[in-house]
Design a protein around this ligand. Structure first.
Ligand code: SP5
Ligand code: ZN
Length: 341
């Protein structure tokens, strides 16, 4: 399958962040994308292609203009505000609500645009996020052009970002941007299967009232793990979108058998929806020994999952989300993607 990758993800250089004299220990690091790319190349999984620049328009089909301006300018504004360039890293916990009013102050605006606390905006963060979204758009182009599947090696990831909030290591919602782009010329139904360990609260929010986009997610029970405030089974959509949002919160510690027993339910819902396209948010943080996720999936499970998804025979854009164990990310990406044509 075609693999879309840009080395510009390295501009989001989280591994070099220092905050107030302390070393910050990031988990969403450039090495993640590098080990996945190396493993896909070693396994000869397909040609690696550069993203095409679709400019801002398809990004603005999902995100609000002032939010985009904030992401583009906040680093430079911070340098002026502080008198010295430094990472913008705000907040002290996950906050559930979008605040109703945008304040005037610089620091307050930094808080206003995120719900989270461990998402630095660095000098190159905007460019990296922009090219991550372009990878998803280019994978969508390839599938539109007739490839049965394409993979976007997106970094930073996207599924926690909503219209005008970033968080969960996500700035732009790459999967949502691909969905809207797939619908652009000829309106059609698109299903999203979110396999990241965490609930994709951003993706859910973006399509919550939309009956043309089905969102299905398997993830850790938010009662006990991130993102905490979203992802329960009772969240089923709103208005015209009611009935087009499905969450399967799962207990911490589950192994292959329990996870694979749950997946067919989601695949059946997708089949019944009969979408023109499928977008998979592929998180690999469900793997055993992930430093953040607390499921215990083996590499064999990722192969089974890939097979089950490929057997749907729906034209599919796979978008990389989380996954933090750089020892196992490569083999698990190969296991999942290797079954696609
Ligand atoms: C895309 C994705 O998988 N985002 C996950 C965001 C999870 N955020 C919560 C992680 C909690 C662990 N952080 C501990 C930091 C210690 N310095
Ligand atoms: Zn995750």
């Amino acid at each position: 399958m075609q693999i879309v990758y840009s080395e510009r993800h390295k501009l989001h250089a989280t591994d070099s962040v220092r905050v107030a004299g302390h070393v910050y220990h990031p988990q969403e690091v450039p090495a993640r994308a590098e080990v996945i790319l190396a493993a896909l190349i070693a396994a000869d999984l397909g040609p690696v292609v550069e993203p095409i620049d679709h400019r801002l328009r398809p990004i603005l089909a999902v995100h609000n203009t002032e939010f985009i301006t904030h992401l583009q300018t906040v680093y430079a504004r911070g340098a002026e505000y502080f008198g010295v360039p430094m990472p913008i890293l705000v907040g002290d916990g996950v906050t559930p609500e979008r605040a109703p009013t945008k304040p005037d102050g610089f620091i307050e605006q930094c808080h206003y645009y995120t719900f989270d606390y461990e998402d630095p905006i660095l000098k190159g963060t905007w460019d990296a996020a922009y090219w991550s979204a372009q990878c998803a758009l280019t994978a969508a182009d390839l599938v539109k052009a007739g490839h049965p599947a394409a993979y976007a090696l997106c970094r930073p990831p996207g599924h926690h970002a909503s219209t005008d909030l970033y968080g969960g290591f996500c700035y732009l919602n790459n999967a949502a941007i691909a969905v809207r782009y797939l619908q652009q010329e000829a309106p059609c139904k698109v299903a999203i299967l979110d396999l990241d360990y965490h609930h994709g609260n951003g993706t859910q929010a973006i399509f919550y009232a939309d009956p043309t986009v089905l969102y299905c997610s398997l993830h850790a029970d938010p009662a006990v793990d991130y993102p905490f405030y979203w992802g329960q089974a009772e969240e089923q959509g709103t208005g015209a979108g009611l009935g087009y949002n499905y969450n399967w919160p799962l207990p911490l510690g589950i192994e292959d058998a329990q996870y694979l027993a749950c997946l067919p339910a989601a695949l059946r819902v997708i089949q019944d929806f009969a979408p023109r396209y499928l977008v998979v948010s592929l998180g690999l943080d469900t793997a055993a020994n992930d430093p953040i996720g607390k499921f215990k999936l083996t590499t064999a499970a990722f192969m089974r999952m890939g097979r089950m998804v490929a057997d749907l025979k729906i034209d599919t854009v796979v978008v990389q989300e989380g996954g933090y164990n750089t020892q196992t990310l490569g083999q698990n990406a190969v296991a999942f993607l290797g079954v696609f044509e």
